[in-house]
Ligand binder design. Structure first.
Ligand SMILES: *Cc1c(COP(=O)(O)O)cnc(C)c1O
Length: 368
């Protein structure tokens, strides 16, 4: 009987593996029955949400019987002011990953092509499969994107190119010159998604592209950002895209009307207003980055470029085994076998105490 369902499902879905998320703390708690668990597996904010965001949610809980504002007027106004862009260029998503699917629904017809690099964030492949698109994975260079390889892969069927900047899980990123040159070669009817999930961590880095400026020159650029990472609101699922208003208008036609909850909207507005929490998060992250890189150096563990709020290390042995050994120590990291990076682990930068626990755990399970 179940064969029938497989048979009637879209071919592109049958060949797809589900996204593997970071292991939830509650799951490990059930399995091991230990209290002290550190999760450094999903690049979440170790400080939690802004206190202002938490306060904002509390005040609107009594409105829970009402549908959210489907147009998210106030959040769009707040973003518009914060980023200095018109509200007409903003599309809100239930997490920025849902924007990828919207883009697929609007622009990619079955048989057309979506391109992303080897080691690129896994959600792109899923968005492509949803539409029955061909998915082309171009070879990486030095763990990063090879823009020439992407250019070479483009043909008449190419509709969408995904670029995570920096890329998760490899931490590599492209500077403004590289992107500018690349975009100059691309036909204006091919959409280029610049996924800036870690934007706020990168903003101050010299050379980090001003993609709003690039978008003025290349209206086929789609910028996506999220409240899940630096703003610590991953559970509430709020992300957005900045696009040409016509693209936003098209996305809005397929977007489900209430795709961002009232809690998500209100928390996001409050989070945008809390500069102090943002700064604290950035500070803790730079300190954690220094702590973890120096510990890896001492342990002689190689790592990929550290950008955003995670470090991807090469444990030089089966990563999945080290992942499991760390679980028994109450530490959750992310194995990367699903990216064909079998000896690598991705570790989110935590608080000093969490990082310390990770370092000791690693030392113990690697017997260094
Ligand atoms: C975490 C992450 C996202 C997804 O963020 P959501 O807004 O929570 O869906 C998108 N892209 C990259 C590269 C990420 O690391």
């Amino acid at each position: 009987m179940s064969d029938i369902f497989i048979k009637i499902a879209a071919g592109s879905i049958c060949n797809l593996s589900p996204y593997t998320p970071g292991k939830p703390i509650s799951e490990l708690q059930r399995e091991l029955n230990i209290d002290k668990i550190v999760k450094l597996a999903s690049n979440e904010n170790p400080l939690g949400p802004s206190p202002k965001a938490m306060a904002a949610i509390k005040t609107i809980l009594s409105d829970s019987a009402r549908y959210p504002d489907g147009n998210a007027f106030e959040l769009k106004e707040a973003l518009s002011e914060h980023i200095n862009i018109p509200t007409s260029s903003i599309t809100l998503g239930n997490g920025s990953d849902s924007i990828f699917t919207l883009l697929g629904q609007v622009f990619v017809k079955p048989g057309e092509t979506v391109i992303a690099s080897q080691y690129a964030f896994a959600a792109y492949k899923i968005a492509a499969a949803t539409m029955g698109a061909n998915f082309i994975e171009t070879p990486a260079r030095n763990w990063g994107y090879d823009l020439q390889a992407i250019e070479k892969a483009i043909d008449a069927d190419t509709r969408l190119i995904f670029i995570a900047n920096p890329n998760n899980p490899t931490g590599t990123w492209l500077d403004e010159n590289q992107l500018q040159k690349f975009l100059g070669q691309i036909s204006p009817d091919i959409l280029v998604v610049l996924d800036e999930a870690y934007y706020e961590f990168m903003q101050q880095d010299p050379g980090y592209p001003d993609t709003l400026k690039l978008q003025q020159q290349f209206p086929n650029v789609i910028i996506t950002r999220t409240f899940s990472k630096v703003y610590g609101l991953a559970a509430l699922r709020v992300g957005y895209s900045i696009t040409h208003p016509t693209i936003a208008d098209l996305l809005n036609r397929v977007r489900l009307p209430f795709n961002v909850s009232t809690c998500g909207q209100m928390a996001a507005i409050a989070a945008l207003s809390d500069n102090q929490h943002l700064q604290k998060t950035l500070d803790i992250n730079s300190q954690g980055k220094a702590q973890l890189t120096s510990a890896m150096d001492k342990l002689k563990i190689d790592y990929l470029p550290v950008n955003g709020n995670f470090i991807t290390i090469n444990v030089d042995t089966e990563g999945n085994k080290i992942f499991k050994d760390l679980l028994t120590e109450g530490i959750i990291v992310r194995p990367l076998a699903n990216y064909a990076m079998d000896s690598f682990l991705r570790i989110s930068i935590g608080t000093a105490e969490e990082n310390d626990m990770l370092i000791h755990g690693l030392q113990k399970v690697l017997c260094k």
